[in-house]
Design a protein around this ligand. Structure first.
Ligand SMILES: [Zn+2]
Length: 400
């Protein structure tokens, strides 16, 4: 992996304590009323003036992309109250409530995160790379940087692993676009594709390496996936552990065994999105012919969504409420993608008030406003649909 360049600053500190372990990275901005570009040295001085032992952040990324060393990497920082003992703090210069980060800042931030995740063996995902505001009520790192964090994490993965392993997270083809295009290529109509996607979203959030949340005692999504791929977690254990896994949350032993064999035969990771889509399609053609026919003939999103729920997913809860919830997700996909064959563009619609929010996102966003994580008054929420989806997924992960 290519290493990002870090400019040494040789700052002098008071007494520092060593950090014993590192499992997360916290992103900050400057947040001064003017959109400042402070050096590590200037921040060091101001933190010394506050009576601290020196700059609280480990890295400072200037507007021109230069990465300056702050507090030594081995030391416990002072940047995220209550979370310093296990995190690294990165400061990106600017006030991103009013200004926007530069392209080069975003690129260098992703590269640095990719390096650090590899160094400390931290999963490069949204559970381990967070904005300061996700830990406490603060605007930091500003809405105009916070809105990029998903992309930054995707790009950090790219720096860490290279292009070939990042089909799940790489920014230029997000999973839902790939999934839409895959089923469209199978000649399904828009109702059917939306109906399938709404159900898959309810199962896994469209995350192909998703491990059923209640089983995360077995490890994070990434850890579990890596163990299955490496063989540390045997086929027999994988098949019989009862945990739902992947896009469709395959759970039943025979279906997990078939998925496992299919992945091995393809030489793909068990969490690979392309492999799972092909497997899902093969499963449908093999064992669910009448469902495929019903999908081909679907005359509405609701019809397709219900059919997929009842014939394929068969969850314990098949109530009208469950059907409505899934049909609601399906409708969202339909509105975003129908008629746009092969078009990767996301819906541009922004949601500015709680009333405008789709029902599936309301509860999460209201809760985030209550906790001061996002600003609910006056200025408008300015959230896109994919930001809403991300918040809902993250919130569900945190709630487990
Ligand atoms: Zn901060």
């Amino acid at each position: 992996m290519e290493r990002v360049n870090i400019v040494e600053t040789n700052l002098e500190f008071g007494e520092l304590l060593e950090r014993e372990y590192t499992d997360a990275i916290v992103i900050h901005h400057t947040g001064n009323p003017t959109d400042d570009d402070l050096s590590a040295e200037e921040i060091h001085q101001s933190h010394l003036n506050q009576g601290w032992v020196g700059i609280g952040y480990h890295f400072v990324i200037r507007k021109d992309g230069t990465i300056e060393r702050g507090r030594p990497e081995w030391a416990i920082g002072s940047h995220a109250y209550g979370e310093n003992s296990h995190t690294i703090g990165i400061h990106v210069c600017g006030n991103f409530e009013i200004g926007a980060p530069t392209e080069i800042q975003l690129g260098k931030l992703a590269h640095l995160i990719g390096n650090l995740c590899a160094d400390y063996d931290i999963p490069t995902d949204r559970a381990h790379i967070v904005g300061h505001r996700e830990l406490m009520p603060t605007a930091c790192p500003g809405k105009n940087l916070f809105s990029h964090i998903d992309d930054i994490v995707g790009n950090a993965n790219w720096y860490r692993y290279g292009a070939e392993k990042t089909s799940q997270t790489q920014n230029n083809e997000i999973p839902e676009v790939k999934i839409w295009n895959f089923f469209k290529s199978k000649k399904l109509n828009d109702y059917a594709v939306a109906g399938i996607m709404g159900n898959l979203y309810a199962e896994s959030g469209l995350i192909s390496n998703n491990l059923q949340n209640s089983y995360e005692i077995l490890g994070s999504d990434e850890e579990y996936t890596a163990k299955v791929d490496s063989g540390e977690y045997s086929k027999e254990t994988f098949v019989n552990d009862g945990a739902g896994y992947g896009l469709a949350q395959w759970t039943y032993f025979a279906r997990k065994a078939a998925l496992y064999d299919f992945a091995k035969q393809k030489g793909a990771s068990i969490g690979d999105l392309d492999m799972q889509l092909e497997f899902l399609w093969a499963e449908l053609l093999d064992s669910y012919v009448s469902l495929v026919n019903a999908l081909m003939d679907a005359q509405s999103v609701k019809q397709a969504s219900d059919a997929f729920l009842l014939d394929f997913e068969r969850p314990a809860d098949q109530s009208e409420g469950q059907k409505a919830r899934r049909a609601g997700y399906s409708q969202e996909f339909y509105e975003d993608y129908a008629g746009k064959a092969g078009d990767a563009n996301m819906s541009e619609k922004r949601y500015n008030t709680v009333d405008e929010l789709p029902d599936w996102a309301k509860w999460t966003i209201e809760r985030m406003i209550e906790q001061g994580i996002i600003n609910g008054d006056g200025a408008g929420l300015d959230l896109s649909k994919d930001m809403l989806r991300t918040f809902v997924i993250v919130e569900r992960m945190l709630r487990r």
